[in-house]
Ligand binder design. Sequence first.
Ligand code: SF4
Length: 401
Amino acid sequence: MKRAGIYIHVPFCRSRCSYCDFATGAYEGQLAERYVSALTAEISTFKLPPTPDSSAAHDAATGDMRANDQRTDAVCDVDTIYFGGGTPSLLTPAQVGRILRAVGERFRVASDAEVTLEMNPGTVTLESVEKFRACGVNRASFGLQTFDDEGLRRLGRTHTADDARRTLAVLREAGFDNVSFDLIAGLPGQTLAEWSRNMDDALALRPAHLSLYLLEVHEGTPLAEQLRQGRWPQPDADVAAEMYQLLIERTRAAGYEHYEISNFCLPGCEARHNLKYWTNAPYYGFGSSAHSYDGARLRWSNERDAARYVELMETCGAAIVETNELSARDAGAEALFLGLRLMRGVDLTEHRARFGTDVRSEYAADLSRFQAAELIRIDGDLLRLTRSGVLLSNEVFAAFV
Ligand code: SF4
C-alpha cells in the first residue's frame, strides 16, 4: 500500500479576492480556535477504510467495497502533510503545532515527511515562520500570483509585489529553501510583455517549485461582475495559452523540469503531496470541504461550510456529507487522466495490473484519433501527452471521463 498524504483545510482569509470561489471566509479568532479543536478531534477519531487489497474490503463476486461499515483504527503510513486553504498562515504557530501533534498521534508519519503550509505575502513575520518551522513545517507554498501591483489590485489581493519579496526574504532567513510560488496567468488586460517581465522576476528569485494557474472567471464572483460591467478587458484565452508556452520555454531554459501540466520544479523538488493526487495514492482530508480517497475506489468529502463543519464535529463527532464508491471502470479512467497530467505519462502495463483495463483496446478509437492529431504518444508501455497535447489536455481527458 502506498504511503498516504494528509490534507488539512484552513478556511480563513484576511479578505476575499475578487476571483475566488473557494470555500473560505474572513478570519475570526473565536471560530478559528473552535475550528482547530474540531480538526484535531476529527484527526484523532479518524477511522481508516479497509485496505484496498484486503480480502475483507472486496466482495470478489460483485466488486462491492464495503468500507463504510468496516472502518478501523488501523494505523497507516503518511509521508506528506499539506495545509491548504484559504490562508493557513493566518493560524498561529501554536494552532499549527496542535494539528501536527494530532496527526503524529493518529498516523505513522515518516521522519522525512514533506510538511507544506500555504502562506500569503504579508501574513507572516520572521518570528512566526521560525515558529512554523520549529513545529515541523518544512515547505512553504507561497501565494504570490503576480509581481504586477496593478494586476494584484484587479484580483483584489491585499499584498503588493514588494510585500511578496519581503515575505520571501523572511522565509529564506528562517531556513525555508523549499518554497513554491503560485503564479496566475491570463489576468484581465495582462499583455505578453507584462507576463514576460513577471516571469523574469519570479525566476530571478529561484524558487524550488512553481505552480501556474490560468485565471478562471467564476459566475457569482466580484470579478465576473466587474468584467460584465466592462471595468476590465475580458481575459483572452489565446494570450493565456501563449503565456503558458512562454513559461514552459523560460522555465526549461532556467533549469526547471516541467513535470506536470501546471507544475515546474528544480531537480528533485516535485510537490510530493500533489503527486499523491496524480498517482492515485491515498490521501485523507480534514476540515471543512476536505476530500479523501482510499487509493482504490472510495472517495468521501466533508461539509463545505466552516461554521457548519464545526457544529457537526461538536454535536455529532463527524462531518462527512458525501461518500462515493467508484466502479472499477471509473476508478481506472480517473487514474488514467490524472496520471496523464504528469509529463512522464502512464505505464499501461501497471495500469492494467492495477485496474484490469487494457487501455489500448478499451479506448482504441480515441487513442488513434489523438495519435493522428499528435496529441498523445505511446512509447512501448508509456502513454503520454505531446507538447500540443499538453495545450489541449482537456480535450484528451474528456475521452476518459
Ligand atoms: S487568498 Fe486564496 S483562498 Fe483566500 S480569498 Fe484569495 S484566492 Fe481565495
